[in-house]
Design a protein around this ligand. Structure first.
Ligand SMILES: NC(=O)c1ccc[n+]([C@@H]2O[C@H](COP(=O)([O-])OP(=O)(O)OC[C@H]3O[C@@H](n4cnc5c(N)ncnc54)[C@H](OP(=O)(O)O)[C@@H]3O)[C@@H](O)[C@H]2O)c1
Length: 258
C-alpha cells in the first residue's frame, strides 16, 4: 500500500516548487495538471494530466486514491478547478489548502492603472486609452477582444493559436520569466501605448508592469475572480509546506526540519 500522498492541483510555478520541496522532504506527492499546455514543465513526484470530470469526478478520485491532503495551487484565474476542489474535498473529507500568490494591487504603480472586472470591460478600456495594444491575458480570453478598436494588437501566448485572429493582430510566443529590460525593448519596438493584463500576481511576469511605467504605457488590469470560501489560504510556498507537514505529522513536528 503506497503512503498517503499530497495532491497538488497545479499548473503554476508555485505548484512545481511545492512539489519539489515536499518530494525532497521524502513525502509522497501527486501533482495534477489540466493538460492545456503542449510541453508543460513537469513537477517532481507523480504527475497525472487531464480534468477529473467536475467536482463529482474529483470527489471519486479523492475517495479512490490514497490522498491525505489537497493543496489547490492553481492559477488565481483558474476559478472552476478551485470551486471543484472546495466541493470535492468537503464531500470526501480531505483537508484542503489554497495556495495563491499575492496579486499586484500593492505594486507601487497600481494606483495609476485602470482596474476592471471583466475581459469585455478590459477591451473597452484599452480601446479608449490607446491604439497599439499589448495583450497578455492568455489564449482563452482572446475572443473578448475580437472587436477591440485598435490599429495594432500584439498578443503574447505560450502555446500556438488555433483560431483566426483579426487583421492588424500579431502573435508572439514565449514563456516567462521576463526581465524589465526585455519588456521595455519589446513594447518600445512595437510602439505599444496600452498594456492589458490580468492580476496574475507574482514576480515572473511583473517586469512588464515596471517597463510600462517607464515608457508611459497605460495599463489595464482585470481583477481576480472572487475567492472560494471554504479553505484556509496562504500566499507562499513556505507556508504551504508547513501546512502539509503539520497536517501529515502533527503540529509538534512543524519546524523540526524532518
Ligand atoms: N487561467 C489562467 O490564466 C492560467 C494561467 C497559468 C496557468 N494556468 C493553469 O492552467 C490550468 C487550467 O486553467 P483554467 O483557467 O482553464 O482552469 P479552470 O477554468 O479553473 O478549469 C477548467 C477545467 O479544467 C480542469 N482543470 C483545471 N486545472 C486542473 C488541474 N490542475 N488538474 C486537473 N484538471 C484541471 C478541470 O476540469 P474538470 O472539471 O473536468 O476536473 C476544470 O473544471 C490550471 O491548472 C491553472 O493552474 C491557468
Amino acid at each position: 500500500m503506497p503512503p498517503p500522498a499530497t495532491l497538488i492541483l497545479g499548473g503554476t510555478s508555485e505548484a512545481r516548487e511545492l512539489a519539489g520541496r515536499l518530494v525532497a522532504d521524502g513525502l509522497a506527492v501527486t501533482s495534477s495538471l489540466a493538460g492545456r499546455v503542449a510541453d508543460p514543465a513537469l513537477p517532481a513526484g507523480t504527475v497525472r494530466i487531464g480534468g477529473f470530470g467536475g467536482p463529482e469526478g474529483l470527489t471519486d478520485f479523492l475517495r479512490r486514491e490514497p490522498i491525505a491532503v489537497v493543496v489547490d495551487a492553481t492559477h488565481p484565474f483558474a476559478a472552476m478547478i478551485s470551486a471543484s476542489a472546495v466541493t470535492a474535498c468537503a464531500a470526501a473529507g480531505a483537508p484542503l489548502l489554497r495556495l495563491a500568490r499575492p496579486g499586484w494591487a500593492e505594486h507601487p504603480a497600481a494606483g495609476s492603472w485602470q482596474w476592471v472586472d471583466s475581459y469585455p470591460d478590459a477591451a473597452r478600456a484599452a480601446g479608449a486609452l490607446g491604439c497599439r495594444i499589448f495583450l497578455t491575458t492568455g489564449r482563452s480570453t482572446l475572443a473578448h477582444f475580437a472587436r477591440l478598436e485598435a490599429s495594432y494588437v500584439l498578443v503574447r501566448l505560450v502555446d500556438p493559436i488555433d483560431q483566426p485572429l483579426p487583421s492588424g493582430w500579431r502573435v508572439i510566443r514565449s514563456r516567462g520569466p521576463y526581465t524589465v529590460e526585455g519588456e521595455r525593448s519589446l513594447m518600445a519596438k512595437h510602439g505599444i501605448d496600452v498594456l492589458v493584463t490580468k492580476d496574475s500576481g507574482g514576480e515572473l511576469t511583473a517586469p512588464k508592469l515596471t517597463a510600462a511605467g517607464e515608457l508611459d504605457v497605460r495599463v489595464v488590469v482585470v481583477r481576480r475572480p472572487a475567492d472560494h470560501v471554504g479553505a484556509p489560504q496562504v500566499s507562499t510556498v513556505d507556508a504551504a509546506v508547513e501546512w502539509v507537514r503539520c497536517m501529515l505529522t502533527g503540529p509538534t513536528n512543524v519546524g523540526s526540519g524532518q
